[in-house]
Design a protein around this ligand. Structure first.
Ligand SMILES: C[S@@+](CC[C@H](N)C(=O)[O-])C[C@H]1O[C@@H](n2cnc3c(N)ncnc32)[C@H](O)[C@@H]1O
Length: 480
C-alpha cells in the first residue's frame, strides 16, 4: 500500500504543533495524567478550542470523532487519503481515527508513532485482535532506555511491531533492519519510518530468517515473551507460539552468530524460575563462552500475579471464561514446575571470553540505563594490578550505620548515586582504599600506606584487597 500520505501528514502534524510538549501543554497536568490512566473526560474538556492541535488530540489520543470541517482544517487535503490508507474513517459528517498517531520524543527529536488504537479507554473492554500492533508500551520504553546508544554500523530491531525501536536505532546506526511476522506491523513500521524521514529496511519473516547469514553491531529486541499454556487465542504481539521461555532462550543462544565482534544483543525478557533451581543457574546455561553477558533480574512475579497481569492485558478479566482460563494457566505452571516468572534484561556482547554477571537488582536505577550497561562492558577489559591508578567514581557515597553514640559504625555501605545505583558493604579498609583512589596514587601505594597505618602485614593486605579492587572496578565503583 502506498506511503504517499506520510509527507503531507508529517507537515500537518508539525504545523499543528502536535508534539509531546504541545499536547502536554494543551492538556495540562491533570488531564495528561488522566489520559495516562486511559481516562479521556478531562482531556475532552481541555480540547474544545477547535485548533488543529485540539482536533488531532481529540481524534488520535482521545479517540473522539471530530467534525469533517475540523478534520480538514487540521489535516488539509489529507482526510480522504488517510481514510484510504486506513488511518481514519468517515461517517456522514464526522471523522474518527482507526489507528493511533501520537507524538513521541527521542534524543530531542520530535517523532510520531502510528499503531493500533489504544484499547480500554474509559473502561471499555481491553479486547484486541490477534494481529494487534502495539504502540509505545512500558516495555518499549524500557528497551529503548536499555539500549546502548553508541554510533554503530548495522543495527537490528527483531520483532519491530510499530517500529519504535528502529526509530531510536536510526539516530545512531548507519543501517537499520527491522523484522516481524505480522504483516500489519510491517506496514505500520514502514509508515513510521517514512513519517519520521528515516531509512529502515523492514523485512518480513520469523526471528532470524530474514537476516540469515547477516551480522550486526547492535540487536535490540523486545520479543513476544509471555509464558503461557497457549490455550487462548495467540496474540502475536506477546505470544511466540513456542513453549515456556524458549523464545528468549533461542534468541540468546542464536544472537552471537548474528553479532560482529564487540557487538551487543540486548533483550527485554521474561524467564521461568523452576522450583528448587536458582534463576541465574538456568539462565547461565544459555550463555556461551565466546560472549560476555550482563543479565539483570529486575522483578519476580508469582504465578497468580503473572496470570492476572496477562489475562487483564488480553481483556479477559470479568468475562465468563476468566476463572477457567486462570485455573488452566495456574495448573500448567504447576505441571511445568514453574515457581515464578522473572523479568529483566539480557545483554550479550560477542567476542568476549565467558565473563557472565547475573545480578538480581530490583531497585530503582537511573534512566536511561544503557550507558551503565556499556560501562559494565568497558570495565571488564580493565587490567587490575598494583601498578594501576584508579579514580573513585564521583557519585559514590559512603553510608554508615551503627548504634547512636557508638564509636565505630557496624556497617559501611558504598552506594552509587547514578547508573545502576549499585551498593556494596565494605569494611573500613575497603572504604579507606576507595576513598584514597584519586587517580594519582597507585593501588600499591595505597596498600603500602594502609599497611603502615593499620599495622597489617603488607602481603596479606594485598592478597585480600587486590581481588576486592578488581570487584570494585568491575562493579563501577572505581574508574580506569
Ligand atoms: C512485544 S512486541 C515488541 C514491539 C516493539 N519492538 C516494541 O519494542 O514495542 C513483539 C513483536 O514481535 C513480533 N513477533 C511475534 N512473533 C515473531 C516472530 N516469530 N518473528 C519475528 N517477530 C515476531 C510481534 O508481531 C510484535 O511486533
Amino acid at each position: 500500500m502506498t506511503l504517499d500520505f506520510t509527507a503531507g501528514l508529517r507537515t500537518a502534524l508539525v504545523d499543528a504543533g502536535f508534539t509531546v510538549d504541545g499536547v502536554a501543554g494543551m492538556l495540562g497536568e491533570e488531564a495528561h495524567r488522566a489520559l495516562g490512566r486511559n481516562e479521556t473526560t478531562p482531556g475532552l474538556r481541555r480540547t474544545t478550542d477547535g485548533s488543529p492541535l485540539a482536533t488531532l488530540t481529540r481524534l488520535f489520543l482521545l479517540q473522539a470523532p471530530v467534525d469533517r470541517d475540523a478534520a480538514d482544517a487540521a489535516l488539509p487535503g489529507l482526510v480522504d487519503q488517510l481514510c484510504n490508507a486506513g488511518l481514519l474513517e468517515q461517517s456522514v459528517s464526522e471523522v474518527a481515527a482507526r489507528l493511533d498517531c501520537r507524538p513521541y520524543t527521542a534524543d530531542d527529536r520530535d517523532l510520531w508513532v502510528v499503531s493500533d488504537l489504544t484499547p480500554g479507554l474509559d473502561g471499555s473492554p481491553n479486547k484486541v485482535g490477534a494481529d494487534h500492533v502495539l504502540g509505545i508500551s512500558s516495555a518499549s520504553t524500557s528497551l529503548a532506555q536499555l539500549t546502548i546508544r553508541e554510533e554503530v554500523g548495522r543495527a537490528l530491531d527483531l520483532g519491530t511491531g510499530c517500529g519504535v525501536q528502529a526509530l531510536h536505532l536510526a539516530a545512531h546506526a548507519d543501517e537499520v533492519v527491522a523484522t516481524d511476522v505480522n504483516t500489519r506491523a510491517l506496514w505500520v513500521a514502514r509508515v513510521n519510518a517514512a513519517l519520521n524521514e528515516v531509512d529502515v529496511d523492514v523485512r518480513e519473516g520469523s526471528f532470524w530468517e530474514p537476516v540469515a547469514g547477516e551480522k550486526f553491531d547492535l540487536i535490540a529486541t523486545n520479543p513476544p515473551f509471555v509464558i503461557s499454556p497457549a490455550t487462548g487465542e495467540r496474540l502475536v504481539y506477546r505470544d511466540s507460539g513456542l513453549p515456556g521461555d524458549r523464545v528468549v532462550e533461542d534468541i540468546v543462544r542464536a544472537a552471537p552468530r548474528h553479532l560482529n565482534d564487540g557487538g551487543w544483543c540486548q533483550v527485554l525478557a521474561n524467564w521461568t524460575i523452576e522450583r528448587g533451581r536458582g534463576w541465574d543457574e538456568r539462565l547461565a546455561t544459555w550463555l556461551s563462552d565466546d560472549t560476555d553477558a550482563f543479565v539483570v533480574q529486575r522483578e519476580v512475579l508469582d504465578p497468580a500475579s503473572y496470570v492476572e497481569l496477562w489475562l487483564k492485558d488480553e481483556g479477559v478479566h470479568g468475562r465468563p471464561d476468566y476463572a477457567s482460563r486462570y485455573d488452566t494457566w495456574l495448573s500448567w505452571f504447576e505441571q511445568q514446575g514453574i515457581e515464578s516468572v522473572g523479568f529483566g534484561w539480557i545483554n550479550v556482547r560477542a567476542g568476549g571470553s565467558g565473563r557472565h554477571t547475573l545480578l538480581e537488582w530490583p531497585y530503582d536505577v537511573e534512566q536511561p540505563i544503557g550507558p551503565a550497561i556499556a560501562e559494565w562492558g568497558a570495565a571488564l577489559d580493565v587490567t587490575v594490578d598494583e601498578s594501576r591508578r584508579f579514580l573513585r567514581r564521583p557519585d559514590v557515597q559512603q553510608e554508615t550505620f551503627g548504634a547512636p553514640g557508638a564509636e565505630d559504625p557496624s556497617t559501611v555501605v558504598l552506594r552509587q548515586q547514578r547508573g545502576l545505583r549499585r551498593a556494596r558493604s565494605a569494611d573500613t579498609v575497603e572504604a579507606a582504599l576507595v576513598g584514597a583512589c584519586d587517580g594519582d596514587l597507585s593501588v600499591g601505594q595505597i596498600l603500602d600506606a594502609l599497611s603502615v597505618l593499620l599495622e597489617t602485614d603488607r602481603a596479606e593486605l594485598s592478597a585480600t584487597y587486590l581481588p576486592v579492587v578488581t570487584e570494585l572496578v568491575r562493579e563501577g565503583f572505581l574508574l580506569d
